[in-house]
Design a protein around this ligand. Structure first.
Ligand code: CAO
Length: 243
């Protein structure tokens, strides 16, 4: 690809050159590789999490008793794990020969953690087999390890899918970059109260913006739209995951 021209910025004003951390350098190479290799499409959707939020708040004391903080992330992990089983065409990797899909019969999910040294993606194994409280505890522990540089390479390998949540900061939607060789990544933005038409009146609902980027070689648009629609249904009524 054509190189970006090298420019002497000191011609325009005072500058300071600082080394990128090792993590930033590795992260940049990984993201660049994915960006160049993966034909990306991003599907946007909104999930009504009003009832989920009521349940989450109701369980605050239970979670505290178990020594964990029950945030939205464990619900997202659980719903995505459910979908990776239900729509197994998302739980694949493209074989390097470009002629086969490698189907995975396990559900490990990575989640992005911003650290002072750069982005890290710890991986929670067997998400489909764990409870919400277990997932909350494990996510907090892994995020803490990532921030304290205690996360080994092993803790960042083997993911089938990634969740990148910027919901605690804000924003409406974004287009996350697929963490290849995974074939999809879910970006989550800030939930806000919005008027939703119920057929006769507008009701105030807590709506969560979802951005699903996917590798269009492995997944088609209809499957992606189905994925975010089902994700909205599962988050809208988490009891449906028990069916
Ligand atoms: N919409 C609205 N509010 C949200 C939200 C969303 N999508 N996601 C989180 N919030 C709120 C939470 O409810 C919480 O508010 P309260 O303190 O009032 O309950 C606050 O934002 C902070 O959330 P959190 O960061 O604790 O929750 P999380 O589920 O996003 O993350 C965990 C959990 C364990 C991963 C956390 O410790 C952490 O490290 N978060 C940062 C993750 C990060 O670095 N993201 C950037 C990724 S860069 O691609």
């Amino acid at each position: 690809i054509p190189a970006v021209p090298e420019i002497d910025f000191s011609r325009f004003g005072e500058i300071e050159v600082k080394d990128m951390t090792r993590l930033q350098q590795i992260g940049a190479a990984n993201i660049h590789r994915s960006w160049l290799n993966v034909p990306h499409v991003t599907q946007f959707d909104l999930a009504d999490i009003s009832e989920l939020e009521t349940f989450r708040k109701d369980q605050k004391a239970v979670a505290e008793k178990a020594g964990v903080k029950l945030t939205i992330l464990p619900f997202l992990l659980k719903a995505c794990a459910h979908l990776l089983r239900e729509q197994a065409n998302f739980n694949v990797a493209l074989a390097p020969n470009g002629k086969q899909l490698i189907h995975k019969n396990y559900v490990h999910i990575g989640f992005a953690v911003d650290t002072p040294d750069g982005l890290m993606v710890p991986v929670i194994r067997d998400v489909d087999k764990k409870s919400l409280l277990q997932l909350a505890g494990e996510a907090a522990e892994l995020a803490e390890k990532a921030r304290n540089k205690k996360l080994g390479a092993d803790g960042m390998q083997g993911a089938c899918f990634t969740i990148s949540s910027l919901g605690h900061i804000g924003g409406t939607y974004f287009t996350p970059i697929v963490n290849a060789p995974e074939v999809a990544i879910l970006g989550v933005s800030k939930a806000t109260m919005q008027p939703v038409w119920d057929g006769s009146a507008f009701q105030p609902k807590l709506m969560l913006p979802l951005s699903l980027s996917y590798d269009h070689r492995a997944i088609n648009g209809a499957a992606a739209a189905q994925f975010t629609k089902r994700l909205g249904e599962l988050l809208g009524d988490i009891r449906s995951m028990l069916l």
